[in-house]
Design a protein around this ligand. Structure first.
Ligand code: SAM
Ligand code: SF4
Length: 334
């Protein structure tokens, strides 16, 4: 097997983007992601150590991964997250060093934005579902809007750009207030992106009929803005529109009503060392056990390739036989 052969699945999709969940723990309890209490945490002994995590990432980068996104759970709860960023950013593969980015709820960014920037983090995506304090508290089950906004400002002040803000559109929760989120983003030079809610909540309460669709999101935004489609989406999950002629843009990630599985270049590693070829995969490749049983780098690389070879063409959310994955989003890594 050539180390330079692209990381390809059975449908010819080349994989360059590795999403790593650093922890399944979180400081918020967003209703679309985690239950209010009684979360079945991953046992500590199953969690990858930082050396293990960096080793798997090094092997993946050696196989052609060029982008690493750190996520969770809340990735900034991992005590050595700055060290993780520094070590991954310094890896070297056939395509050079990977770009390292982060998806976060921003609560710890006031303290960590500067050291993360210095460690080589290139970009941050921040979850912000509402600008209303009461709604934020109901939605995340924590009264922390102020801290999220402080975290966004901290990321901005140390020079992260572009800052992308993600909101899951939810009926009766924030779907009547999408316009103020776009105004906030445009005013600050950030990019607002709306995500269609996916069946990944721990409570398994997702309902296809209830979810807010891309069509509804765009209709709501067009009441206030002129939107013009930005051409050239590539493998990016978000479809973009210029807001009032640009340069500001707004994105919609229509994972349910307009899936982008055909151009997916993503593969995931959970905090307990399981490789997942898709958010919705029902099988995983156990890299942790392989590694702990002494597998060498070639064996790990072969396991990554075999895991990817079984990737399905799409997530089939709309198929009557669809089954939600056993893990909630917080334990997969969004
Ligand atoms: N805690 C970090 C955060 O909230 O940004 C990172 C992990 S979170 C699981 C990653 C992303 O997944 C967030 O943007 C969140 O809004 C999104 N997400 C979580 N559950 C979702 C669901 N059921 N449908 C769509 N997006 C979801
Ligand atoms: Fe935590 Fe992010 Fe899930 Fe919200 S979406 S509960 S911040 S992991």
């Amino acid at each position: 097997m050539s180390a330079l052969a692209p990381l390809v699945d059975g449908f010819g999709r080349v994989h360059r983007d590795l999403r790593i969940s650093l922890t399944d723990r979180c400081s918020l309890r967003c209703t679309y992601c985690m239950p209010a209490e009684g979360v079945p945490w991953l046992p500590g002994s199953t969690m990858l150590s930082t050396d293990e995590l960096v080793r798997i990432t090094r092997v993946a980068v050696g196989q052609g991964i060029t982008e690493v996104r750190l996520t969770g759970g809340e990735p900034l709860l991992r005590p050595d997250v700055v060290d993780v960023v520094r070590r991954i950013a310094a890896l070297d593969g056939p395509n050079g060093s990977p770009e390292v980015s982060l998806t976060t709820n921003a609560l710890r960014l006031p303290a960590l934005a500067a050291p993360l920037h210095d460690a080589g983090l290139t970009r941050v995506n921040i979850s912000l579902d509402t600008l209303d304090r009461e709604r934020f508290t109901a939605l995340t089950r924590r009264d922390r809007l102020h801290d999220t906004l402080a975290g966004i400002a901290a990321a901005d002040s140390v020079g992260f750009a572009p800052i992308k803000l993600n909101a899951v559109a939810m009926r009766g929760v924030n779907d009547d207030a999408l316009v103020p989120l776009v105004r906030f983003a445009v005013d600050h030079g950030y990019q607002m992106r709306f995500i269609e809610q996916m069946p990944l909540d721990a409570g398994h309460t997702w309902d296809r009929v209830q979810m807010v669709t891309q069509t509804e999101i765009l209709a709501a935004l067009r009441t206030a803005f002129e939107l013009t489609e930005v051409p050239g989406r590539g493998s990016a999950p978000a479809e973009l529109w210029y807001v009032d002629g640009g340069p500001a843009t707004v994105g919609v990630i229509a994972s349910v009503t307009a899936p982008f599985c055909g151009s997916c270049d993503r593969v995931r590693l959970t905090a307990d060392g399981q490789l997942r070829s898709c958010l919705f995969a029902r099988t995983e490749t156990d890299l942790r056990t392989l590694l702990r049983e002494g597998a060498d780098d070639d064996a790990l690389a072969a396991a990554i390739r075999t895991g990817l070879a079984g990737k399905k063409p799409g997530h089939d959310i709309d198929d009557p036989s669809f089954l939600q994955p056993d893990r909630p989003m917080s334990a997969i890594g969004g």
